[in-house]
Write a protein that binds this ligand. Sequence first.
Ligand SMILES: [Zn+2]
Ligand SMILES: [Zn+2]
Length: 161
Amino acid sequence: MEIDLKKLFQSDAFERLNVELDLSGVELGGAKPFCAPVRVEARLRGFAGSVELSARVEYTMSMPCDRCAEPVVRDYTKEFSHTLVRESQEDTAEFITVPGERLDLDALVLEDLLMDSPGQFLCREDCKGLCPSCGKNWNEGMCACGAPQTDPRLEVLRQLL
Ligand SMILES: [Zn+2]
Ligand SMILES: [Zn+2]
């Protein structure tokens, strides 16, 4: 979604946006996490030559658990703010250049979400993962394949050595 900022760059106008973005085609680590529409509530205010954007983003991420590959679905709410400028300065987290006074809202929101996304997705903190030998999900019980299973107590000792 593109937003024309011409009016805002020229005055101290104020605009409120309430939109849903479709980011369902975005891939992250082989998965497409944004299966549901991303809801954006944004406020835009013009200042002499720049536009202040603050946004509240509500979204759902669906990612496979890093250990057991079961889908992990979580809802998030994030708040972002940026200063939008016309002149091509170097983009930083704070200053975003908008060529042609048009803001690509999808691209900006996506960047914010990805920058903020957790480095690890786990179905639960203590997910036991899959047996490396037979692939059984150890959260559902131990397998019978005979793969050596480390005793968590010994594991702690081993890490101290
Ligand atoms: Zn898991
Ligand atoms: Zn096994």
